[in-house]
Design a protein around this ligand. Structure first.
Ligand SMILES: C[S@@+](CC[C@H](N)C(=O)[O-])C[C@H]1O[C@@H](n2cnc3c(N)ncnc32)[C@H](O)[C@@H]1O
Length: 234
């Protein structure tokens, strides 16, 4: 059974809650695209990740999907492992997969991380003999897959690792929202690091159809960290 998320009010946790997210089964309409990659390999960006992306309503949606009985869960693009650790705390057997070693290092330091199997891999290339009751891709991790080939390879990974009657859940953005308008020049204080306030600024650096490139800066009184990304916003 395929299960897609419904009506998130905060699906991309880097952003303020926006009530216009909707469920979308992203199975067609892909364009060929080169993956420009992401900057999550930077240790400093990884350390800021949880400040900028605290527990949010999308985790509230995904967590109960595992049910109350212990089951096996695969989190593809698990990032800093917040959901993995919460699932492990509830007794589930969890595998967290992410290509960014810096994010996995943060994940490994969290409570209940020792109960989680952490794997450094992309969703496209992850392979295991294990089969899972639930496979998730949260925080819009699916939207970092910018080509038909990559998206289909990730879906193949899901299909190949799913138990019979297992469930898959991930989300995409509501294409009716003007994301460029929402994000252009957006600023917010995301918290303090080493007693210094961090100001996050988003700048749109390009748009090509549903593909949006943007730069995120984290500015403290002594330093500015910058990360660039491209997402497919459908
Ligand atoms: C916006 S973060 C979401 C992280 C986490 N799922 C969450 O909800 O906080 C996107 C994640 O996708 C990961 N990622 C990038 N390319 C990926 C790929 N090809 N396969 C799986 N994950 C990928 C990044 O390293 C990052 O952890």
């Amino acid at each position: 059974m395929w299960s897609f998320s419904n009506a998130f009010t905060s699906a991309f946790k880097e952003l303020d809650p926006i009530p216009q997210f909707k469920a979308t089964a992203k199975l067609g309409g892909f364009l060929e695209r080169r993956d420009k990659g992401m900057d999550y390999q930077q240790t400093q960006i990884a350390e800021i990740y949880d400040l900028a992306n605290p527990w949010a309503q999308d985790y509230d949606f995904y967590l109960p999907l595992a049910g109350v009985r212990p089951c096996s869960v695969l989190d593809l693009g698990c990032g800093t492992g917040t959901l993995c650790c919460a699932l492990a705390k509830r007794g589930h057997r969890v595998t967290g997969v992410d290509p960014a070693a810096a994010l996995l290092a943060v994940a490994r330091s969290k409570p209940h991380a020792a109960q989680v199997e952490w794997v450094e891999s992309s969703a496209q290339s992850y392979k295991s003999q294990r089969r899972f009751d639930l496979i998730v891709m949260t925080g819009h991790a699916f939207q970092v897959l910018l080509t038909d080939a990559d998206a289909l390879a990730a879906l193949e990974t899901m299909r190949g690792h799913l138990k019979e009657r297992g469930r898959i859940a991930f989300e995409t953005r509501n294409q009716r929202v003007d994301w460029v308008g929402e994000w252009s020049g957006r600023q917010r204080l995301v918290g303090t690091l080493a007693r210094r306030q961090l100001l996050e600024t988003l700048e749109i650096t390009g748009q090509d159809g549903e593909f949006i490139s943007f730069q995120t800066s984290y500015r403290s009184p002594h330093e500015t960290l910058t990360t660039s990304r491209e997402l497919e916003c459908i």
